[in-house]
Design a protein around this ligand. Sequence first.
Ligand code: SF4
Length: 169
Amino acid sequence: MSLKKKVGMIKSYATSIVSRGLTNKKTDKFTKQLRVLSCFGNEHYGGELPPCEHLERSKVKHDKFYCGGCGCGDRKATWLMSDGEEYSKLDYPKVACPLKMPGFSTYIESDEDSSDDIPTRKSYIENMSDDDIKLISVSILEMPDDVKERLNKKEEKTPITKKEVEDKD
Ligand code: SF4
């Protein structure tokens, strides 16, 4: 990892920690729902949005996921969604996403002037209705069992990481 990336990562982490404060402040539910969509997609809810390419299943705890794109690793503090009221990475009032996806403090709107007609994951979320976004569960305990099961099945098929590809070669 380059020094520039490392410094950026430390800065992002420090910003998140400060935003949490001493009282464990959390972002609002709608923002977290946008973040959950950005990371997990909505295929497990019967939608068309696949999970983010950087979503990784935890090797420490099978039902937890972390972002493989920001370099902060696989540990409790970096798991994106937790059980019930437990604090998770997507709860921070300020949290960065390397792809600048909706809901994150680094969010940048997709380019409306783009001549590309193929919707991106970002533009798909930007065009969703608020009512559909509000259906998204923001904790693992809150998810209905069938939704949880679909998410688990989906991720079992796709968690191939860069390292696994390198190891195969
Ligand atoms: S890159 Fe962004 S959207 Fe993708 S898993 Fe990481 S934080 Fe989530």
